[in-house]
Ligand binder design. Sequence first.
Ligand code: UN1
Length: 509
Amino acid sequence: MESTLSSVLGPEDKAVDGGGTEYLSRNPSNLDDVVARVRLGGPDALRIAAENAQRAQREWAQVPAPVRGRVVAGLGRLVEANKESLAKLVTREIGKPYAEALGEVQEIVDTCDFFLGEGRRLYGQTVPSEMPDKQLFTFRVPVGVAAVITAGNFPVAVPSWYLVPALLCGNAVVWKPAEYAAASARAVAELAWRAGVPKGVLNLVYADGESTFAGLEAALEAGTVNKVGFTGSSAVGTRVGELCGRHLQSPCLELGGKNPMVVAPDANLDLAVEGALFSGWGTAGQRCTSLGNLIVHRDVHDEFVSRLDGALRSAAIGDPTGEVLYGPLLDQKFADGFESVLETIADHHRVLGSDAVGRISESAPRKGFQGDPSTGLYYHPVLLDGLRPDDHVFRQETFGPIVGVSTFDTLDEAIELGNAPGYGLSAAVYTTDPATAFRFRQGIGAGMVSVNNSTSGAEAHLPFGGNGRSGNGSRQSGIWVLDQFTRWQSLNWDFSGKLQKAQMDVDTV
Ligand code: UN1
């Protein structure tokens, strides 16, 4: 194994120097704490990295899949051995509560565990032929070079959903992480290199948005990128999709969500309140799977809203190294985005959840806040009652600690409200009636549905992905992602010793 892998290391094994403007990745719970200083690459960075990757990929594809499986399993073991320090880095760099950061790191380990086995499977098929003395086969073939562009809200787990299967399938990767999660990304890449992934096979590139697009366009034009994986907003994902479409490529897009949670009249309300609290305000609402719209049956509306309001007012918020429901927003850009969402709160909304709206500060304090709110990007939780389907907060992903409530009378109406924003990532229903659960599953347009559980927190071996504005139907995780990183090749092998013609030499009885 050692020699097979070391032969992959070669002249391609060179880092791409960003060489451009300096970017400071800051701790969002203490903005004076600079976690990483990186030089962002210009438009050439991604293009050059893709050329390096293309050269390295040819040899990597020759490494037997079970051996590649052992390499990704080695990454899993290294991540496990460094679990606490990686989680601490994630908490420091993006403000995710430490318990959640540990869970996120575990998700990499789970992903690596799963794909160790796939290295020994990666099955093709034997297929019967129409003709005698002829055998047909199918093989999975690596796509080549995957460009992976990831968001920073899940700075280590979500990238691993691309990196691990892409590498396992015999591809090289150019990874462009979110710059505000630069240090977390670097740590994962470092562990992957240490686990035996050659540097030319996994290339880390830092670049701003426009340079990324320019570099990606050049690489697609040159044919050095053969698959694009993108996790981020629906707006940027649409642009990625258009660019890929012009080059006849179908990207793997994991975009935003406006994930509904329906509370049926027979729901266990304590469970539903707990589920809503975690789904909507956990991670400060900054998961693509975060709860967006609460859709509550008229009969239980008042009771549910008052219990949820109480739970929000007593929830622990603050320093993410402690035990809190949520910490700061990811980065200044996200704080600015959330402030503009707050501006769309309308007169017909009943504002609940806190005594104040906006940044937590000395002039707008929060009782029981853990730590010093003045150093970080901390925001009051907002629960908006009386949402209407044409409200901005009802239709758009908000990516912050805000959830709106609307009311329904019939299940059909609840499903219609759930589907109305046009996203389709995750959805949940709280009910004790199996028929309601099944009907909800059938009617809702989400790729992932939960019954009596959170909209967020999908497990690492189920298909992950959405429909509509949430993506192009591609799925990550489990065996389903193999179709993103391999293409089917068929083999038609004739041992009859004569030219047999399909459709023409077939005896039909
Ligand atoms: C994301 O926010 O991009 O299902 C992914 C979840 C996590 C992944 C979220 N396992 O909430």
